[in-house]
Structures are given as C-alpha cells and as structure tokens.
Design a protein around this ligand. Structure first.
Ligand code: G3H
Ligand code: 13P
Ligand code: ZN
Length: 335
C-alpha cells in the first residue's frame, strides 16, 4: 500500500451511513476541483458540524493532478483540526471518495493514494458485467477497509461521457441480488435525478420517483442508498449569472423539499456538484462586473469561496439534515 487513508486522517463511510440510516438524514457528498472549493466545503461542514464526503471525479483527478490531490487531502485534515480547535468546535468525520470510478484500475489507484471510499460505476454495462466488475472492486477495497458504492439504473443526461436520452429507473426487483452478489456498502439508484444544471425541460413535471425509492427501501431495509444528480439549481445564482453576461437558459433542478423527503428515508448520501459551480460562477461574474479593474485572483476567488461556504451550510441545515450530526459519528468511530 502506498498510503493508507487512516494515515491521512480520513474515515470510510460505515459510521456515517449507520448514523444516517438511524437518524433520517443524508451525508453531503460535495465535488471539488480546486483549493477554494475544498476549503469552502470543509469550513462550511465544520461550522455546521456536519460529516462530509469529499468527492473527486475522474475529471477532477486529471485536472488537479493525483499528487496534488494527496497534498490537498493531507492539508484539509490539518486545516480542519486547527479550525476546530480555534473555534472551540468538535472535529468532523471526512471521507475522501472517488466519484464515478470507471474501471477497476482507477479504483485501485485511488485506494493506493489514500481514498477511503470509491464508487465503481458499472451502470452502463449489462447487469452481469456490472455485478462482476463491482464485485471485483469490492474484493480489493475491503482488504483495506475502503467502502464501495455501486450503481444500478441510468440517469438521463450525460454520465461518464455516456449520453442517455431517458432515465432508466432502477428496478427494485434487482437490488437484493446486486447487493448480495457484489457486497457493496451503498447503492446509487436512478429515480429521476440527473447530472448538470438542466434536469427538467420547461413544462415538464418536476418530480423525482420517491415511490421507487420506497420500493427499494422495502427490499433492502436499513441499506444505504445514494442519490446522484441532486443539485437544486438555485435560481438566484442562475439570475445573477445571466445578469452579468452569462447565458444559462431554462436551468431547472431538484426541489429541495423532495431531497429532504429522500434524506428522511433510505437515502444516506446526496451528491451535489452543479450548485457549487453555479454559486461560484455567479459570485465571480458579479465581482468582475462591479470591479472591472480587479485582476488579483484572491479578490474574486475569495468572495466566491465565502458564497460557496454559505451554500454548503444552508444545504446541511435545510436539505440534508446533516448539520450537528458529526459528534455522534465521531463517537461511533472511537468505539
Ligand atoms: O457526476 C459528475 C460530477 O458532477 C463530476 O463532474 O466529471 O465534470 O468532474 P466532472
Ligand atoms: P449535480 O450535477 O446535480 O450536482 O450532481 C452531481 C453528482 O451526481 C456527482 O456525482
Ligand atoms: Zn454523479
């Protein structure tokens, strides 16, 4: 093993998910690509005392470079410890997770560089191939106590460079067999969410299939379910982007009350990336419009980082229900 996640200070998702199942909340899984996003996530979750899953996509790994990510990983734990002490707060559990792992090799490489959790996304393969690939990743990951997320069903839109015109909803009849054969620790499902800022078309009913979620919950009582594509696309951010020269048309997301409902039931992890991108872009555009003479990156990335932090605090408190839940998870981890 090159680096163990434990040496870096990360935790796997087991304690987080067991608390989330019992407590009717979901752990936020926020994507990041750069330092400011990472700082906003960690400070926002620390201030709201929420557990957090830091998500790195394959694209983020290519963009930020693997070695840089490892340093960022180490740095983030140091930052969290220092800030917790200064503010008189308890530390929070942090998972470093590979989002949409596309192959066995990518998962192994992430585990070797200190990730505490990986997703193997075999959802575009035929069922038996998905089972086989996922099982192989689980077999390797569990040797190092790294947790694994699998996926059944296909989200509409672009996912892993594959474009799907329609949702292929997860079939509740398949979930027991998939979990038993693969040994996954959590399961991502397709119930009408989708990636990006254009989830619904104008005039379309804005509703996710909570009925399918409840069917799945009956088949797998107490098993952690994951929702991808769960940005709500805040309209104030979209309006600000368009006001200052952007061109986002008909951007519609998942209503926050529907995500709250999902979090109260079997959904233990909610993936949010696009909302952060929108808020960051809106703030940067606003600064550029108000101060066209500005060219110091700290002067526009700093305000963007503050806006992002506020977004994450609000999500944790009002949508995921994860605010204030970190102490009980830290206690579980010490047992
Ligand atoms: O599910 C996809 C995430 O939003 C990551 O997106 O592949 O552009 O980094 P990305
Ligand atoms: P959004 O595009 O809705 O933020 O979804 C992110 C995601 O699912 C990351 O895996
Ligand atoms: Zn996703």
């Amino acid at each position: 093993m090159a680096v163990s996640y434990r040496d870096l200070g990360f935790v796997n998702t087991k304690a987080m998910f067991s608390a989330a199942v019992k407590g009717g909340f979901a752990v936020p899984a926020y994507n990041f690509n750069n330092m400011e996003q990472l700082q906003a996530i960690v400070t926002g979750c620390l201030e709201s005392q929420s557990p957090v899953i830091l998500q790195v996509s394959k694209g983020a790994r290519d963009y930020a470079d693997q070695t840089l990510l490892r340093y960022m990983g180490q740095g983030v734990i140091e930052m969290m410890k220092r800030m917790a002490k200064e503010k008189g707060l308890g530390e929070i559990p942090i998972t470093m997770h590979l989002d949409h792992g596309d192959s066995y090799e990518t998962c192994v490489s992430c585990i070797e560089s200190g990730f505490s959790s990986v997703m193997i996304d075999g959802s575009h393969h035929p069922y038996e191939q998905n089972v086989e690939l996922t099982r192989k990743v689980v077999e390797y990951a569990h040797k190092y106590d790294v947790t694994v997320e699998g996926e059944l069903g296909i989200l509409a839109g672009v996912e892993d460079d594959v474009k799907a015109e329609h949702h292929t909803y997860t079939q509740p009849e398949e979930v027991q067999d998939f979990v038993a054969k693969t040994g996954v620790d959590s399961l991502a499902i397709a119930i009408g969410t989708s990636h990006g800022a254009y989830k619904f078309k104008p005039g379309q009913k804005v509703e996710i299939r909570l009925d399918i979620l409840h069917e799945i919950e009956k088949k797998l009582p107490g098993f952690p379910i994951v929702l991808h594509g769960s940005s709500s696309v805040p309209q104030d951010a979209v309006e600000m982007i368009n006001k200052y020269g952007g061109k986002l048309k008909d951007s519609v997301g998942i209503p926050e009350n529907q995500l709250r409902e999902a979090a109260k039931s079997a959904v233990c992890k909610i993936n949010i990336d696009s909302d952060g991108r929108l808020v960051m872009t809106a703030k940067i555009r606003e600064v550029f419009a108000a101060k066209p003479e500005e060219f110091d990156p700290r002067k526009y990335l700093g305000p963007a980082r503050d806006a992002l932090k506020n977004l994450y605090i609000a999500k944790n408190k009002n949508v995921l229900g994860s605010a204030g839940k970190s102490a009980e998870i830290m206690a579980l981890l010490k047992k």
